[in-house]
Design a protein around this ligand. Structure first.
Ligand code: PML
Length: 261
């Protein structure tokens, strides 16, 4: 892809009874908008939605930031407790205090929205004090306007498949976390899925890359979410602006490593 061509952000959101069911996001050339939207609609339909919205916006070429995927390390843990312990120690290694890491982990495990539900966006957490910094604790901060070039997507899928990582969630989370880690003041991210059939999650950090942890919750649990940790004392405004508005395109893949059990 020629990066100075016009790009469009394509976003899908599917819901039922005001509850989020499925979402997708890409940054594509004008000629790819139709097929990107169709792929997203196909995905939305598998969730039997009541309402689906697809939003298409031309992005500001002058503001485009490009980046690389983090290296992915496959952690080996025996159960959820070990997975969560591993996440806490990885967050501490990346500069997050134990207090902040633990608060975020407990909040995601309990349902981080004020009503105990799953947030659609992410929590913003002060990496020192553990204080929640997002302006709206139900909505959270939504990372949008990001994607990956088609050639890089193919390379990434091939690399991940060689390590038996074939679920779209892994590639999409890697791409999203590349944008998150490029945001001003963000030092790390903790995430696991709210899909009750998907127990994997990750800690991504500027220093340690993307640590994929296969068990961060039990099967059948539909609580999950994301926390972005900001360097202690930082103002969240510029991180929020970057995450929600700045177009970000991944143009290079990273490597994959496997830890010995
Ligand atoms: C989500 O978007 O539902 C979270 C996905 C976490 C992916 C973890 C992985 O497979 O590496």
């Amino acid at each position: 892809m020629v990066i100075n061509s016009t790009l469009f952000s394509v976003r899908m959101h599917a819901s039922r009874d005001q509850r989020h069911l499925s979402g997708a996001e890409d940054l594509v050339l004008g000629t790819e908008v139709g097929s990107a939207a169709q792929t997203m609609l196909r995905r939305a339909w598998t969730h039997l939605p009541q309402s689906v919205s697809v939003t298409i916006d031309q992005v500001d070429a002058a503001a485009l930031v490009t980046g690389r995927l983090s290296d992915l390390t496959l952690a080996s843990v025996v159960d959820v407790a070990a997975g969560r312990q591993r996440a806490l120690s990885e967050l501490q290694k990346s500069g997050v205090s134990l207090l902040a890491a633990n608060r975020a982990l407990v909040a995601i495990a309990a349902g981080a929205a004020p009503d105990g539900g799953v947030m659609r966006g992410a929590m913003l957490v002060d990496a020192g004090s553990g204080e929640r910094l997002e302006p709206d604790q139900s909505r959270g901060v939504r990372v949008t306007r990001f994607g990956v070039t088609s050639a890089t997507k193919v390379d990434c899928e091939r690399l991940l498949a060689a390590h038996a990582l074939t679920h779209h969630r892994t590639r999409e989370a890697l791409v999203l976390s590349a944008k998150v880690l490029a945001a001003p003041a963000v030092i790390a991210e903790l995430c696991w899925s709210d899909d009750p059939d998907y127990t994997a999650g990750y800690v991504a950090s500027k220093s340690g890359g993307y640590l994929r942890i296969p068990q961060l919750k039990n099967m059948g649990d539909s609580r999950g979410g994301r926390a972005f940790f900001l360097a202690a004392g930082s103002d969240p405004a510029s991180a929020i602006h970057f995450l929600e508005q700045t177009p970000f395109l991944v143009t290079t893949i990273g490597a994959v490593h496997r830890e010995e059990p």
